[in-house]
Write a protein that binds this ligand. Structure first.
Ligand code: C5P
Length: 404
């Protein structure tokens, strides 16, 4: 039977993406019944929603017609899953506080079904302590989140606040439906993901680091969690929120990252997406290094950092069944990746071209070539980092014999 989604749409510019969510969702066998807030109708018309969903759109709390057709309590419970997309800061606040002053908030208070929300708002609003409090409270109440994601906003600002893409929301819906049915694809599989840069101190205020944003690693951790895996994310310093449903460990240096990874074992799968500094200053000064007028700048001696990917791949005891590495290259991408796979002893390498003109480092998209142990090479088209993450989950699931 078609899974039934009660889709609550609140008023944000991202509301237009709901049309694609419904269209794509129906193609994948989901049935949608839409509820709009008054503000939502400034961005998407009930007519368009009704046409695409093939169902009446519910709008008013006090509608005699609707109440005789289907009471609002029944409406809230006839679905398998309630999805709020986009969820504005205002609706999250009302949900967190149990308000019931319109049809959308009343349904959300009355429902006994799992609730998935896809927030969309200005980055300052998302970062505001009031929103943080509301999100924490909702998480504690068992509400699940997908996104928001970093990127350019319609308001011209940059930061975290963009609604997750329809494909990502659909994946979260499918993951949650599978979980409800007790059949999450990677249910119980333990996954370790490293993400972000490391920071290697030179003195208490200076460090060596790199331009990694952590977007790819965080997207991978989130995608594994949506597939039901038990994920530990070991992250260097990044400007991203911890992904929902993921145990996140924050570290600074490569050596701390290695320790955190070893502490996270045993796992079945390790994905090393962090851009670990290869070297660190051999001696981190205890005090800030001072300028010495008339003397040359200090010489910095470097020491080699541990290679986390090689260490995990080479474990004689407790080696993950599958160790996946990345190879960020600026030239001879496949050749270098093959050489890296052999040298590090991992099972798969996802090679990407990070020459500055590709905009991959810190950017939103990625172009990957999968290089396998047996020499097979599979180039992927240019994809968003979220889509890359989904494909990695598929790849890993297939290798573990747990494909869809
Ligand atoms: O040698 P290179 O840095 O190009 O290798 C990249 C791969 O190795 C990535 O998967 C990265 O996460 C991992 N790596 C690591 N520890 C290091 C260096 C790289 O885990 N010290």
């Amino acid at each position: 039977m078609r899974a039934r989604i009660l889709l609550v749409i609140s008023g944000g510019i991202a509301a237009y993406k709901c049309l694609e969510l419904i269209r794509r969702g129906r193609e994948r066998g989901l049935a949608f019944r839409c509820v709009t807030t008054r503000a939502a109708e400034q961005f998407v018309t009930p007519l368009a929603l009704a046409a695409l969903s093939g169902e009446k759109v519910y709008r008013e709390l006090f509608s005699l017609v609707d109440e005789t057709e289907i009471g609002h309590i029944r409406l809230s419970r006839e679905a398998d899953l309630v999805v709020v997309a986009p969820a504005t800061a205002d609706l999250l606040a009302r949900m967190a506080n149990g308000l019931a002053d319109d049809l959308a908030s009343t349904l959300l208070l009355a429902t006994d079904r799992p609730v998935l929300v896809a927030p969309a708002m200005n980055p300052r609003m998302w970062e505001h302590p009031a929103t943080r409090r509301n999100v924490e409270r909702l998480r504690a109440d068992g509400v699940r989140f997908v996104g928001p994601e970093p990127g350019d906003m319609a308001c011209g600002e940059e930061g975290v606040g963009r609604m997750a893409e329809p494909a990502t929301i659909l994946e979260a819906i499918e993951g949650l439906l599978a979980e409800i049915r007790g059949e999450a694809r990677l249910g119980g599989v333990r996954v370790l993901v490293t993400s972000g840069p490391t920071r290697e101190p030179l003195d208490p205020v200076r460090f060596f680091s790199n331009r990694s944003s952590g977007r790819q690693g965080h997207a991978i951790a989130a995608a594994f969690a949506r597939a039901g895996a038990r994920v530990t994310l070991v992250s260097g310093p990044v400007c991203l929120p911890d992904p929902p449903g993921v145990h996140t460990v924050h570290v600074e240096t490569a050596r701390e990252m290695l320790d955190a990874c070893l502490a996270a074992l045993p796992v079945e799968v390790a994905v090393c997406a962090a851009a670990v500094s290869d070297w660190r200053p051999a001696h981190a000064a205890a005090e800030k290094i001072k300028k010495r007028p008339g003397l040359p700048p200090p010489a910095i001696e470097l020491a080699e950092n541990p290679d986390i990917l090689a260490t995990l791949s080479g474990l004689s005891e407790g080696r993950p069944r599958l160790v996946v590495g990345f190879a960020a290259e600026t030239e001879r991408v496949v050749d270098n990746a093959r050489e890296k796979l052999a040298r590090k002893g991992c099972d798969l390498i996802l090679a990407n071209d990070v020459s500055p003109e590709t905009g991959v480092l810190g950017g939103e998209r990625n172009r990957i070539v999968v290089v396998e142990r047996d020499g097979r090479v599979e180039p992927w088209p240019e994809l968003s980092k979220e889509e890359v993450a989904r494909r990695i989950v598929d790849l890993v699931a297939a290798r573990l014999g747990m494909g869809a």
